[in-house]
Design a protein around this ligand. Structure first.
Ligand code: FAD
Length: 452
């Protein structure tokens, strides 16, 4: 290696990239971080809870089709990740339950991201912003850095023993969403930073890294249909987390999913229904107990129905179930069918009978008027499919001998695939744990020791 070669080049300065770069810098290694946006931080600047499942068994239960090696590495590495955050003087509040099956800490992510960036600079290492990566540098199948385009248009070749792809997934690219998620995904709303458009995937694929898992899905939430998400404050304010206690009907007037299993799972299911939109119905009890209530301990509740209504969402308050028959035709839903389905649902659940689809976690009827109705659509936060990695964050290629590491190339955060398949247990935590794993690999391994 010549003197100009850094230990690690990081492409993308969000949760995964800043974590990896700061850890390398903290250990005395050399690192350059290239961030496309004007400011580092990515979607992590909007996030507040670092969490995952407390045990590997729980992870397997909720994510049975995910890669078991990555799932174990995530759960086992979580405590060290939290300790690393705290080591920077950033508060991680006491653990609280998340989504019923998870556990995690409220963290001031902006404090954490800024602390990482400061640490990197204080150790004399580089953070480049408004810097776009044009291509990877490869020699005989070994990735040796990248060519980056500076804000003035000049191209800089940055040589590195290891290169980490951490551009945050491909949710910002409608074409890639349609290709890898579902044709209807081209048109869904984006509730994330606008810069994560699959650059890591394109760069990694060019070096032979494999994509997976097929049909992995995405993490997102139901949002009011047709309402602009240009203002990031809406990502959380308008998210219809309460769908777990409501009923969701598609444009044929039928329920199609057990809503109680999680708004993020319902969001994926709605994407596959006709026109990818649905009518979310709550009664007065759900409004009182869930719509205006806190979704996760520590975050104050707001009346999301009112916020959606004020934002111009298609919404209404019905004084009785009979009002559903008068649903405006232009909404495109069979109001009488929905009225009948709600009555059937209430008759079944009040006698503790079966419903189709099932209703595992909240089996209370929705029979207290008035009824709050809002039209919902899926919005995407980040993608589950990505570059396949192992527990050391090495990207993997597919060849005749099975999957082997692509020498010199790492991936972490939402650029990495394999961990989740149609299931979710935290986004910050995998970026943290595999960001730290990437740093460890860069500090302890020689890329040329790995052969194809
Ligand atoms: C509103 C909201 C709330 C959330 N809440 C939570 C939460 O409470 N808990 C949780 O676990 N997760 C949460 N998440 C998800 C979490 O933010 C992500 O899972 C996490 O940030 C992923 O880390 P990452 O490093 O992969 O991507 P990011 O943090 O998004 O970082 C990717 C970075 O790469 C940059 N980039 C893109 N392309 C390039 C390129 N070509 N070259 C250089 N840089 C590039 C981007 O600008 C960005 O800075 C939330 C997300 C959102 C949007």
């Amino acid at each position: 290696m010549d003197a100009e070669t850094v230990d690690l080049l990081v492409i993308g300065g969000g949760m995964a990239g800043l974590t990896a770069a700061a850890q390398v810098a903290a250990e005395g290694g050399s690192v350059v971080l290239a961030e496309k946006a004007e400011r580092t931080g990515g979607s992590a600047r909007f996030a507040g809870f670092v969490w995952t499942t407390p045990t590997v068994e729980e992870m397997r239960r909720i994510n049975p089709d995910g890669d078991p090696e990555l799932a174990t590495a995530l759960v086992d590495g979580f405590a060290d990740g939290v300790a690393w955050i705290r080591s920077l003087g950033v508060e991680c509040r006491p653990p609280v339950p998340v989504l019923g099956f998870g556990r995690g800490h409220q963290v001031d992510t902006n404090h954490y991201l800024d602390s990482c960036e400061r640490l990197i600079r204080d150790r004399g290492q580089e953070v480049l912003t408004t810097t776009w990566t044009r291509s990877l540098v490869t020699e005989n199948g070994v990735v040796k850095g990248a060519e980056c385009v500076a804000p003035d248009g000049s191209v800089r070749r940055i040589e590195a023993a290891w290169t980490l792809l951490a551009t945050g997934g491909f949710q910002g690219d409608p074409g890639l969403r349609a290709e890898h998620i579902h044709p209807s995904a081209a048109d869904i709303g984006l509730r994330a930073n606008p810069h994560s458009r699959g650059d890591g995937l394109t760069l990694g694929s060019s070096a032979g890294a494999a994509f997976g898992k097929k049909d992995a899905g995405f993490y997102g939430h139901l949002m009011p249909a047709g309402v602009s998400l240009a203002d990031p404050a809406r990502f959380v304010d308008l998210a219809l987390y309460y769908s777990e206690h409501a009923l969701l009907f598609d444009t044929t007037g039928e329920r199609f999913v057990d809503e109680t299993l999680g708004d993020h799972l319902t969001t994926m299911a709605l994407l596959e229904r006709p026109q990818a939109r649905g009518l979310l119905v709550a009664d007065a009890r759900v409004h009182r107990e869930w719509i205006s209530a806190s979704y996760v301990e520590g975050i104050p509740g707001v009346d999301k129905f009112q916020l959606c209504h004020r934002a111009g969402a298609r919404s209404a308050v019905a004084d009785s179930l009979e009002d559903f028959a008068a649903m405006p035709e232009e909404w495109g839903y069979p109001g009488t069918t929905i009225r009948d389905r709600i009555k059937e649902f209430n008759a079944a659940t009040s006698k503790n009978g079966a419903t189709t689809p099932g209703r595992r976690l909240d089996r209370q009827p929705l029979d207290e008027p008035p009824f709050h109705v809002v039209e919902a659509a899926p919005a995407i936060t980040f993608t589950f499919g990505g570059l396949l990695i192992d527990a050391g964050a090495h990207t993997l290629s597919a060849n005749s001998e099975g999957r082997t590491p692509v020498p010199g190339l790492l991936a972490a955060g939402a650029d990495a695939g394999g961990l989740y398949r149609r299931a979710y247990a935290g986004g910050l935590a995998p970026a943290l744990v595999f960001g730290l794993a990437a740093a460890r690999t860069a500090l302890t391994e020689s890329p040329t020791a790995l052969t194809r």
